[in-house]
Design a protein around this ligand. Structure first.
Ligand code: NAD
Length: 474
């Protein structure tokens, strides 16, 4: 699909115009202008700093009302945001992006995440509370543009902060549309000023300037290795959510039909562009053929070896040898499988979501974060070898891994050994994001800096107050 920027512009303008017709209590604005979106970085930072001072004065009940209004406003816009995102970025699937937007809007925790702690004893009482950093610098990816704005946005304002966001340049319109929606919702619920700020034209240079901006004390970045490096080198506190390459081990005790269904659902979600989506299957040899049959029965396109070779030529721009990352053809990232297979001369109908191909242990499809709905399957001799090999292909990111097995010893072994921020047992990886699995969600999974799935408390400073000899009530 080719992206027509004029079409995206006109959809966004249309949405904004429609919003102008709503009674949201604010002054009328020119159609097409977005609330919180500034012509340059200095103006954005200044506005976020002023907003922080005002927001710091509002009670917790107003914070809660703002978050509730943001959630309900977004609930009316999941489809619009998903359609504009697909149109602008050319990545992923509208229906899947609706699901992703819903997950973050509904399951990102608010202020309830900021539980205070009190210690009492003979010497009185000590109280621990979580305070905001102030203005946070935020860099967001093209793969989850609105999801990251929503998820970071709710978490950070729950912690009492305001944000300056530099979206991915290829997702600036949809990101800024989302920022506008969230600011309007916040204003209706009593926010004294817009809480989310951004620039009209984000670039790499703007992102780098934001990460080094004097007076901003916390950087939060979500993206690939380059932006993680930039944030870590900026000379201030950074929370970095970097790349992954999640392996999924399937052993001889697994329910193979269920594993195949879960792997198809997980690896095809938004055409595999989510960092947590399953990127390769490591199958124990004894069940590898049966697992491939289960994949075929569950609706995956299972490729023959000569077809896999065609895909290798199509999808990789440059190979760097066995067991190394290859350079991918970026134009196929996030594309639907029928589009990819058609270009490789392989017939496929548009109802299919995923192709599975068997490859050897050294194959670049296994060792590369492809972000395409092509799931390589590779076989190893036994489950212990599978666990060791899976840890190697994860490249030490310690991001996400999964296992399908009924052997609780091996499940526990891999959970410990892979040492990842997210480990999913017997389910699709999105269960680890709280979708069909328990717990809150996050779309900023900070493995390099160790916060894991970030929530409001990740974006707060811990402060402690001690009252000597009084206030114990027992
Ligand atoms: P990307 O690294 O190309 O871009 C991410 C953001 O960083 C963008 O806003 C981009 O403009 C900015 N950026 C990139 N290089 C930069 C540099 N040198 N200096 C300053 N800013 C820079 O990644 P993407 O294609 O948008 O997203 C996909 C990548 O992000 C994948 O590797 C995926 O695994 C990762 N990701 C990780 C998480 C997580 O929670 N760990 C979530 C989403 C995506």
């Amino acid at each position: 699909m080719t992206v027509d920027p004029r079409r995206v512009e006109s959809i966004v303008a249309e949405v904004l115009e429609r919003l102008e017709g709503r009674r949201d209590g604010g002054p009328p604005k020119a159609a097409g202008a977005a609330l919180g979106v500034h012509p340059d970085l200095d103006t954005a930072v200044k506005a976020a700093q002023s907003a922080y001072l005002a927001y710091d004065q509002v009670p917790l009940s107003t914070r809660n009302a703002i978050i509730a209004e943001i959630r309900s406003t977004l609930a009316q816009s999941y489809r619009t945001l998903a359609e504009v995102a697909v149109e602008e970025t050319g990545l992923g699937r509208v229906e899947d992006k609706i699901v992703k937007n819903r997950i973050v809007a509904e399951k990102t925790p608010g202020t309830e995440d900021l539980e205070p702690i009190a210690w009492t004893g003979d010497h009185g009482m000590t109280l621990l509370e979580r305070a905001p950093y102030g203005v946070i610098a935020v860099i967001t990816p093209v793969t989850n543009p609105t999801e990251t704005v929503i998820n970071n946005g709710i978490s950070m304002i729950a912690g009492g902060n305001t944000l300056v966001i530099c979206p991915h340049p290829n997702a600036r319109r949809v990101s800024n549309l989302c920022i506008d929606l969230m600011n309007r919702a916040a204003r209706r619920a009593g926010a004294p000023q817009p809480l989310f700020h951004s620039v009209e034209t984000p670039t790499l240079e703007v992102a780098q300037a934001l990460l080094r901006y004097k007076g901003i004390r916390l950087n939060v970045v979500t993206g690939g290795p380059a932006v993680v490096r930039e944030a870590l080198n900026a000379g201030k506190k950074a929370i970095t959510a970097g790349p992954g390459n999640p392996p999924s081990v399937v052993d001889e005790t697994a329910d193979l039909d269920r594993a195949a269904r879960d792997l198809i659902a997980g690896a095809s979600l938004d055409n595999n562009i989510i960092c947590t989506d399953e990127k390769e299957v490591v199958a124990v040899a004894m069940i590898a053929d049966r697992l491939k049959e289960s994949f075929a029965r569950a609706g995956a396109v299972v490729l023959a070896p000569h077809q896999t070779e065609k895909l290798r030529a199509l999808l990789l721009e440059k190979e760097n040898g066995p067991r190394h990352h290859a350079v991918i053809q970026r134009k196929y990232v996030g594309k639907c499988i029928d589009v990819i297979l058609k270009d490789a001369g392989i017939p496929c109908d548009s109802t299919r979501r995923l192709a599975v191909c068997e490859v050897d242990n050294d194959h670049p499809f296994v060792w590369t974060e492809m972000m395409m709905p092509v799931l390589p399957l590779t076989r190893v001799r036994h489950v212990d070898e599978a666990i060791d090999y899976a840890i190697e292909v994860e490249h030490g990111f310690r991001h996400t891994a999964s296992m399908h097995s009924r052997n609780i010893d091996k499940l526990s072994k891999m959970a410990r050994a892979c040492n990842c921020s997210i480990f999913v047992k017997n389910g699709p990886n999105f269960a680890g994001l709280g979708h069909g699995g328990e717990g809150p969600t996050s779309f900023t999974i900070a493995s390099p800096t160790g916060e894991g799935m970030t929530t409001a408390r990740s974006f707060t400073r811990v402060r402690r107050c001690t009252l000597v000899d009084h206030f114990r009530i027992v």
